[in-house]
Design a protein around this ligand. Structure first.
Ligand SMILES: Nc1nc2c(c(=O)[nH]1)N[C@H]1C(S)=C(S)[C@@H](COP(=O)(O)OP(=O)(O)OC[C@H]3O[C@@H](n4cnc5c(=O)[nH]c(N)nc54)[C@H](O)[C@@H]3O)O[C@H]1N2
Ligand SMILES: Nc1nc2c(c(=O)[nH]1)N[C@H]1C(S)=C(S)[C@@H](COP(=O)(O)OP(=O)(O)OC[C@H]3O[C@@H](n4cnc5c(=O)[nH]c(N)nc54)[C@H](O)[C@@H]3O)O[C@H]1N2
Ligand SMILES: [Mo]
Length: 774
């Protein structure tokens, strides 16, 4: 394919429904167009199902059905008319399937039957549900210790499924809960728990309607949270300021570049005043925000001197916070040079951002993976908290902290106890209610689970959804680790590479998706999810299940639990017959869920509450905590620098418009002007030429890491792009082989997917499977 065919500028709008054309194309091409349309119209409406796409929430007052292009793709993808059935598996050996692209694999349709891998024939063959459960039980009960099993969770699992799963796993005896949030918002949880006593966003939808300024940092809502564009647009319309920090000019955000109400006092006249789009260096946000705080401090001191109104909210600081002096000392100790050098912004830009911040009485700061997938993500998020505390922007209407979650129930899964480091209070409540001893030792997160499998300390892997093999870093190593297992089990809706990276034995257990009717002994069941604003609501599937063999996630977990543990610590069949029974168990053991079954009858669901939003601080000091962290000296790995290896570029790995994590809906990324291919690397044209290449040329990307091992992906086309110098961007999961397993965030273990030091080399032999092949 030539460069010209694949790369062309996109001139259309970016919006939720504005981008209807692409949706209708994907629907009408589907066998189920009508059926899906009907199903979709119930999405996020009472009585319908919750969108299986992202975790964005809605205004509870809003009766309108809100839906977006990418939600449409998620629904349509799940409701595929194609089936991956025993006939399909008879046709292909697993080795043959492994040669197909990720796109091809998921495109084959919905998994229809439980299947067992047979190494002799290299085929998956049908197995009964009972035999599958018995096989899992035999493996689990043969382990020397329950800690030799890993229980992964992806963030689509409902509260009911997640609760049963953690109950089973803890009754079995381990806290090994690697989950997708380990790769996602872990830093947000840790950074906020330390400082404000709660690891969730303090903001509800209405706060966006009241904010004077909304900062959107390291997030691409036009693609990943399209419904968020609407409150942003409303904000700009009513004169609020939207400020973006993103090295890429993301199409969905660009519209906010020219505020309709420019600030008269933004600069001393020497700088342009009409931009609210700042383009920091990768990993440069902490420095940028530190710079904003340093300006606020300067202005505060000026105001004090001149007897003018203060810049800081002294009343809030005195009543609600601790640690201000130490923090300000750290701000004073941070040099402007360090700030400018690391942030990638000019001093004038940082000053402008600080003025926009100061001018607003109420500020919401939203962020996503651009902040959380770095080595210093926890201090970065704590710097966001510091900034907000200076002006009392936590716990008042129209202000607060908003980590925008990814998977539709990733936040709820944590609330339900999918946590490798559970709190004692939660474990005590489980022990009280179920009368068994709960394991107290911390378990494995995603990185520790891979290391354990690699070293044969873990022998069984069970995945409740997701695509562990592809979502995790260091792909060849992770695959080898999974292949060392005695048993791998995937509970899934669609075929993915994880099913082909088998242990000695392997099972595929096909489950219902959220769009499907979930019929149990006592009738059709609904499941609950928690959105990014901590709203919990119930969702009822509407479509006929794609295959009569499918079971719900709770039913599958109950089957495994019963085979492994008998009726300990509960009667699993009883629990699954009517999910309101599971919700009663949740109500008895998790704070905030009292009268759960009653509360979900309320249209739009109920809010779980957030102590920090009430200005109650569940921290050791009982106050909100300023955190004085030094800026990292430099961001590239020390050992790499010490070796004298200088990276050509720093690479971020991100999502295209046509994907949901490892699921590829298509091969276009139209807002970024890429069509029909994914093996591209975006770089600045000057950088491309400086490094001796031409736009359109194919290169290998080689990452640099302290262990000196070669990590390479081949045959990526260089795309000249408006991207700050020194940076590159490419799609995940194709680039996961470049992310070293040990390159993770301090305290978070989150792979540094947004900061990979790379070198470009002339393309070698391309032995990868091109993602475009179908
Ligand atoms: N359609 C669709 N929706 C999704 C998903 C999907 O794959 N497809 N995934 C879901 C999930 S699990 C998640 S976690 C969210 C992810 O939502 P996002 O976080 O928006 O996803 P990414 O594509 O990783 O985009 C990261 C954004 O941050 C910017 N960025 C990267 N590094 C930096 C940095 O150092 N500083 C700053 N300021 N910006 C940076 C990138 O340019 C990009 O715009 O979306 C959820 N929603
Ligand atoms: N390099 C790099 N790596 C990353 C990221 C990055 O930005 N860069 N992002 C990280 C992030 S934020 C996340 S959240 C992870 C995502 O990691 P995962 O959550 O593990 O991955 P997904 O791609 O969302 O999983 C897709 C699979 O889930 C299954 N599935 C879909 N719906 C259902 C359902 O309702 N039930 C069940 N049981 N299965 C279902 C299907 O079989 C599908 O193939 O990836 C992480 N990896
Ligand atoms: Mo995520």
């Amino acid at each position: 394919m030539s460069h010209k065919e694949n790369i062309r500028e996109y001139h259309g709008p970016a919006a939720g429904w504005g981008a209807l054309k692409s949706v209708t194309k994907s629907w009408l091409g589907s066998e189920n167009a009508f059926r899906n349309l009907r199903a979709m119209l119930k999405t996020n409406q009472n009585g319908g199902f919750d969108c299986p796409g992202c975790a964005w929430g809605e205004s509870p007052e809003d009766g309108l059905v809100k839906f977006c292009e990418n939600g449409a793709k998620a629904v349509n993808w799940e409701a595929s008319g194609r089936l991956v059935d025993p006939g399909f598996f008879a046709q292909y050996t697993v080795s043959e399937l492994r040669k197909q692209s990720d796109y091809w694999l998921e495109y084959q349709g919905r998994l229809s039957h439980p299947m067992r891998y047979h190494a002799e024939s290299d085929h998956y063959e049908p197995i009964s549900w009972q035999d599958a459960f018995a096989l899992i039980a035999a493996h689990l009960n043969n382990l020397e210790s329950p800690d030799e099993a890993e229980f992964y969770t992806s963030g689509r699992a409902s509260n009911e499924a997640a609760y049963l799963y953690q109950l089973f796993v803890r009754a079995f005896g381990t806290n090994n809960f690697p989950d997708c949030s380990n790769m996602c918002h872990e830093a947000s949880g840790i950074g906020m728990t330390d400082t404000i006593g709660v690891g969730k966003g303090t903001v509800v939808f209405e706060d966006l309607e009241l904010a004077d300024a909304i900062f959107v940092i390291g997030q691409n809502p036009g693609t990943n949270h399209p419904r968020m564009l609407e409150p942003l647009r409303e904000a700009v319309k009513r004169g609020a300021q939207v400020v973006c920090f993103n090295p890429l000019k993301e199409r969905g955000l660009e519209r906010f570049q020219h505020p309709q109400h420019p600030f008269e006092m933004l600069s001393n006249g020497s700088e342009p005043t009409n931009t609210a789009y700042f383009r920091p260096a990768l990993g440069g946000d902490m420095a940028a925000i530190r710079g904003m705080a340093k300006f606020l401090l300067r202005w505060e001191r000026d105001a004090q001197e001149k007897g003018e109104p203060p810049v800081f909210d002294h009343d809030f600081i005195a009543r609600h916070t601790t640690g201000l002096d130490q923090y300000l000392a750290e701000v004073d100790a941070t040099s402007w040079d360090h700030i400018v050098e690391q942030s990638g912004l000019t001093l004038a830009e940082i000053e402008m951002a600080a003025r926009m911040y100061r001018r607003a009485e109420r500020v919401v700061i939203c962020w996503a993976m651009g902040l959380t997938q770095h080595r210093h993500s926890v201090p970065t998020i704590q710097e966001v908290v510091n900034l907000q505390l200076l002006r009392g922007n936590v716990g008042k209407p129209g202000a607060g902290l908003s980590p925008v979650r990814g998977h539709s129930n990733v936040q709820g899964d944590r609330t339900m106890g999918i946590d490798e480091q559970p709190h004692d209070a939660f474990l005590d409540a489980l022990e009280d209610r179920f009368k068994f001893r709960v394991p107290r030792a911390h378990g494995h997160n995603a990185v520790l689970a891979i290391q354990a499998m690699e070293e044969k300390r873990a022998k069984v892997f069970i995945g409740l959804g997701g695509n562990f093999a592809q979502a995790t870093p260091d792909t060849p190593r992770t695959h080898a680790a999974l292949q060392q297992c005695d048993l791998t089990v995937q509970i899934s809706t669609k075929l993915n590479r994880g099913h082909l990276v088998t242990g000695r034995e392997a099972l595929i257990l096909p489950c219902l998706g959220r769009t499907e009717i979930d019929m149990q002994a006592e009738g059709p069941q609904g499941v609950t999810v928690e959105d990014t604003f901590s709203m919990v609501h119930i969702s009822y599937g509407q479509l006929k299940p794609r295959s009569p063999q499918l079971r719900s996630e709770p039913a599958i977990i109950a089957g495994i639990a019963k085979a492994t543990l008998g009726d300990h610590p509960i009667d699993w069949d009883w629990a699954v017959a009517d999910y309101s029974r599971i919700r009663d168990l949740i109500a008895e053991t998790i704070p905030g869920f009292e009268n759960f079954n009653e509360k979900i009858k309320h249209p739009g669901g109920f809010h779980l509450g957030n102590t920090a939003a009430q200005r109650q601080w569940h921290t050791p000091s009982g106050k909100a905590q300023f955190t004085p962290c030094a800026l990292p000296q430099q961001l590239v790995n020390e050992a790499v620098l010490a070796r004298g290896d200088k990276p050509d570029l720093i690479l971020q790995t991100m999502r295209s418009h046509d994907q949901y994590n490892t699921t590829l809906y298509g091969l276009d990324d139209r807002y970024r002007g890429v069509f029909g291919m994914r093996d591209v690397v975006f770089a600045n044209e000057a950088d491309i030429r400086r490094l001796g290449f031409e736009p359109g040329e194919k290169v290998d990307l080689v990452s640099l890491w302290e262990d000196g091992k070669e990590r390479r992906v081949s045959g990526f086309m260089l795309v000249a792009y408006d991207i700050p110098s020194g940076q590159a961007a490419a799609y995940y999961p194709e680039t996961n082989p470049l992310v070293p397993l040990e390159s993770y965030g301090d305290r978070t273990y989150t792979p540094t997917s947004k900061f990979v030091a790379i070198r470009l080399e002339k393309a070698g032999t391309d032995n990868r499977i091109p993602s475009a092949s179908l």
